[in-house]
Design a protein around this ligand. Structure first.
Ligand code: NAD
Length: 476
């Protein structure tokens, strides 16, 4: 299926002013399609269209009617899950089954926020005699959205749907390494019939289209998901224009397993949390923090499971697809080499398939010191590091001894311990006896510490893209 190598601005498909960019299928290192290459002028047109649509139409549209349009989008996306998943799978290298989940979740975000649009209530506040006071949640205006390549479909729904539901208009810039399915989503959005300018798509490189959007003075709220390095730039730009910014950055999430845990239940979840999307997940469970006395048994079982994992081209529906680019693959290999130099040991790795794809079979690494480079930094590949602990206090210390704080899991049958440890871990989400990397449309999600701030998903996301207006009425 071919998507337009164009931008979607003010309800029309228009070429990018800087030409086109080839997209690569990482399973085969072949061309997957093309996108528009855009710069300042394209972004400027998109922001102006979004401003116009906010002032004239969307900012004045009833919440219930906004919800109805979002429902239409959810339905049209649901009707095209097959083609969206195929595009996402070819473009990102994620196994077709995972791509299908992501396509469904994209639709589900629009559905969830369609329902939420007319339920965003204000408060009444008791004040002095002779006054009535109420608050309203008002949209901020034009929202800017920049997302990475790892979950293009999910993140499109996750960031756009709440902003639009709350009455904002949007300019959206997906990643240059994977966004063909996103372009298709915009084609379907066009069919569903938003007023022109309400949502605009500008594709291109980070330091061209991305920088132009992050720097544009006409943006009222900036949502950025990506690396901490670029997050800092986007935050500085937002400071220059004095506007709110939401940052969803990386993670180095711990799975803390106590000796009383249901290991059989934990095992497949622990494996999946690191192999999902070939480990290229901000909330990947990349540090297995495990109690000393069960360490050897668990590691023994994990070795068996890691050796059996099948890596291969995404369309063959393997356990693990390729890494997104050759550059990213080399980065993962570099991490592993540095870990070995630091004294870590490779405990298991699956077989590498033949072919031109950028494959890195999942790897289990032992003897990892939590202070080492691999335990402190995001690999963004399927590498699980095993770190033993002595007791509860030690487990909490290790879990928190990283700069990130995105998500975490605690595995234990002791209810009191589960709550104590969940409370003590610095993370935006903590799972007890489970793990959900990436999922949970209804569940507020976001970072603590260097993982960023602001919340997406759930009702909470609507608060991030609105301001409270307090109206104080003197009865006279
Ligand atoms: P990246 O920061 O390089 O790119 C992300 C986006 O920013 C892309 O669209 C890119 O084009 C754009 N960009 C690049 N330079 C820019 C600039 N100067 N100005 C404005 N925009 C610019 O990140 P990546 O390598 O594509 O993605 C991986 C990172 O994203 C990882 O660190 C991962 O943890 C993080 N991530 C976080 C979450 C989360 O929700 N917390 C989710 C997924 C990924």
């Amino acid at each position: 299926m071919k998507t337009q190598a164009k931008n979607y601005i003010n309800g029309k498909w228009v070429p990018g002013t800087l030409g086109k960019i080839d997209m690569i299928n990482p399973s085969y290192n072949t061309k997957a399609g093309e996108i528009a290459r855009s710069g300042d002028q394209d972004v400027d047109k998109a922001v102006k269209a979004a401003r116009n649509a906010f002032n004239r139409v969307w900012g004045k549209t009833d919440a219930a009617n906004r919800g109805r349009i979002l429902y239409k989008i959810a339905n049209v996306l649901e009707e095209h899950l097959d083609e969206l998943s195929e595009l996402e799978s070819a473009d990102t290298g994620k196994p077709i089954k995972q791509a299908r989940t992501d396509a469904s979740l994209c639709a589900r975000y629009f559905e969830f926020y369609a329902g939420a649009a007319d339920k965003l209530h204000g408060d009444t506040i008791p004040f002095m005699d002779g006054y009535s006071v109420y608050t309203k949640r008002v949209p901020l205006g034009v929202t800017g959205h920049i997302i990475p390549w790892n979950y293009p479909l999910q993140m499109t729904g996750r960031t756009l749907a709440p902003a639009l539901a709350a009455g904002n208009t949007a300019v959206f810039k997906p990643a240059e390494d994977a966004c063909l399915a996103v372009v298709r989503v915009f084609e379907l959005i066009h069919e569903a019939g938003f007023p022109p300018g309400v949502v605009n798509l500008v594709t291109g490189l980070g330091d061209e289209a991305g920088a132009a959007l992050a720097n544009h003075p006409g943006i009222d709220h900036m949502a950025f998901t990506g690396s901490p390095e670029v997050g800092k730039i986007v935050m500085k730009n937002s400071a220059d224009h004095i506007r709110p910014v939401l940052l969803e950055l990386g993670g180095k999430s711990p799975q803390v397993v106590f000796n009383d845990a249901d290991i059989e239940a934990a095992m497949p979840v622990i494996v999946n949390a690191i192999i999902q999307n070939a480990g290229q997940t901000c909330s990947a469970g990349s540090r297995l923090v495990i109690q000393e006395d069960i360490h050897d048994d668990v590691v023994h079982e994990l070795i068996k499971r890691f050796k059996k994992l099948k890596t291969g081209p995404a369309d063959k529906n393997p356990d693990v697809g390729p890494i997104i680019t050759k550059k990213q693959l080399e980065r993962v290999e570099g991490f592993v080499q540095r870990a070995i130099d630091d004294g870590a040991e490779i405990l298991a790795q699956g077989d590498k398939p033949d072919g031109e794809g950028f494959f890195f079979p999942p790897m289990l690494m032992g003897r990892v010191n939590n202070e080492s480079f691999i335990a402190q930094n995001e690999v963004f590949g399927p590498v699980l590091t095993v770190i033993p602990f002595k007791d509860e206090a030690d487990a909490i210390r290790i879990a928190n001894d990283v700069e990130y704080g995105l998500i975490a899991a605690v595995w234990t049958k002791d209810v009191g311990k589960a709550h104590r440890v969940a409370e003590a871990i610095d993370a935006g989400q903590v799972y007890i006896n489970g793990y959900g990397a990436g999922g949970g449309v209804e569940l507020p999600f976001g970072g603590m510490k260097k993982s960023g701030f602001g919340r997406e998903k759930g009702f909470e996301a609507l608060y991030d893209v609105t301001a409270v207006k307090t109206v104080i009425v003197n009865h006279g």
